[in-house]
Structures are given as structure tokens and as C-alpha cells.
Design a protein. Structure first.
Length: 269
């Protein structure tokens, strides 16, 4: 792990919040997406542990990278020691902070080891059965206060930030302005510290439901479909060439001098 890099640090991100600067954030899954985000100057990237690698860290350039620690059985993580080991593993790859949606006591162990942790408040997908499914959280005074209380518990254990997902914009404003945590807004309005979107929504190729807060800037799905049709056409042409004997042509084969070939034939007779 290179500790002497030029990309932003936790202190830099906190300073951006203190100055009221808006933070851009993308969820990426490929080297090409990470490199494009870096070239575009996106501040933060979210990369799941299953996609994180030294090559991905290099592609991300000077972006501040949040690595998602696999949750529960899917990541074979159950204890605080499991999560601690995973965090240190990704830290050596250059992870700058770590998403963790495990229990508060596990999150506290990570914080106690000076690992910058991003938790999750509001609509928490892995726990949404408790709040009524995939819908907004914090639309009543009681529900909004529960989100507030969750943030304050995260403050108390020393968390770095939290994803603030699908809560009313005015609730997000009060929370963001009254916490030291970096609030990474997903459908939480303009006053969250960061605006966090999935690349699949930004580029229009998502297979899942597109959330209301998503904004699409390009139609990659149409381009992907066009490329798939081009793949099929190319493969059909290849098959036809093989069947008809047009491939391989002379330029695709290795030649041998006549005398060498004749000697070979004699040797194998």
C-alpha cells in the first residue's frame, strides 16, 4: 500500500464538507468505468469488494475509493474479525474508506482500528424488510427521528460517513448540516454532502428498476444492443467462411519451403 499518494484523503473529504463543496460519487464495476470516472474528475467511487483489485485501484486514478465489504453470507463475513481482515485486505490495495452495513458493534471494531467506515441509513436495502420494503424512509416525524438517531450512534463510534438513501430532502438537509459524518446522498435531495449514482443509471444500461432519483445522461443500452447484433453478424460470417472454405485464406497460414516439406513427407512415410 502506497501511503504517499496524491489522491484525496479522509481529511480532504471532510474539508470539502466543511467548505460546503458538493461531492460527486459513482458506483462502478469495470476498469473502463473507473478510468472514465477518474478522467472526468469524479471525486469518489464506490467499488464492491468483488470488483476491487490492484488493477481497479490503478484505473481509479486520483478518485477517493470506497470499497464495499461483502455483507453477511454473500461475503462469508460473520464476525468483527472477519470484517477487520477484509478491510485490511482491501486497504493494502489502496481502498480509502470502507462501506460496512453490519451491526454497530462490528462497525465500532473497525472504527477502533482507525478504518474509515461508511455505514448506511434511511432505506437500507439489506434491511428494508424492517421499514416496509424499497420505499422512502423518514416521511413521518417518528421515522425521520429514527434516521437521525442512527446517524448519532454512528457519530459516537467514530464512523467516517453514511449512505443516506431515499429520505425527504429537508430531513437530509437537517441531518447533513448537523453531523460530522460525510452524508452520501442517494435520492436524498440537493443538501446531502455527496450525490451518489450508479453508473448503470447514468449510462442507461441498467437491467434493474431505475430509481426516481437517477438521471440518465447517455443511452448505452442501445449501443450495447447494436454491438450485440454486430457480434452475431460477424460470427455468422465467420461460420459461413469456414463452411465454404474461405477461411483460412493463404494469408492466415504458415508456409513451408517445398524441399523442407518433401523431406518431411519422406521421413513420415
Amino acid at each position: 500500500m502506497n501511503m504517499y499518494h496524491n489522491r484525496p484523503t479522509v481529511a480532504d473529504i471532510r474539508a470539502m464538507k466543511a467548505r460546503g463543496e458538493k461531492i460527486s460519487m459513482l458506483y462502478v464495476t469495470t476498469l473502463e468505468e473507473a478510468a472514465a470516472a477518474a478522467a472526468a474528475g469524479i471525486h469518489m467511487l464506490s467499488i464492491e469488494g468483488r470488483y476491487m483489485s490492484p488493477e481497479m485501484r490503478e484505473a481509479a486514478g486520483d478518485c477517493f475509493v470506497q470499497v464495499g465489504l461483502p455483507y453477511g453470507p454473500a461475503g462469508n463475513l460473520a464476525t468483527s474479525e472477519d470484517y477487520l481482515r477484509a478491510a485490511f485486505h482491501f486497504m493494502t490495495m489502496g481502498g480509502d474508506c470502507f462501506y460496512c452495513s453490519a451491526s454497530l458493534d462490528i462497525q465500532k471494531v473497525l472504527c477502533d482500528n482507525a478504518i474509515p467506515i461508511v455505514a448506511h441509513v434511511g432505506l437500507i436495502p439489506s434491511q428494508c424488510t424492517w421499514t416496509g420494503g424499497f420505499k422512502a424512509v423518514g416521511k413521518t416525524a417518528e421515522s425521520a427521528k429514527a434516521v437521525w438517531d442512527h446517524v448519532k450512534r454512528l457519530e459516537a463510534i467514530g464512523a467516517f460517513g453514511a449512505e443516506l438513501e431515499v429520505v425527504p430532502d429537508r430531513v437530509a438537509k437537517v441531518i447533513s448540516e448537523n453531523t460530522s459524518l460525510i452524508m452520501l446522498g442517494m435520492g436524498a435531495g440537493p443538501w446531502a454532502d455527496a450525490q451518489y449514482l450508479f453508473t448503470e443509471d447514468v449510462l442507461g444500461y441498467g437491467k434493474n428498476h431505475k430509481p426516481r432519483h437517477a438521471k440518465t445522461y447517455r443511452n448505452f443500452q442501445a449501443e450495447y444492443e447494436r454491438l450485440q447484433q454486430e457480434r452475431i453478424a460477424a460470427f455468422k460470417e465467420l461460420k459461413a467462411d469456414i463452411v465454404e472454405g474461405a477461411y483460412p485464406a493463404p494469408q492466415h497460414v504458415v508456409s513451408i519451403k517445398d524441399d523442407e516439406f518433401e523431406q518431411f513427407v519422406e521421413q513420415v512415410k
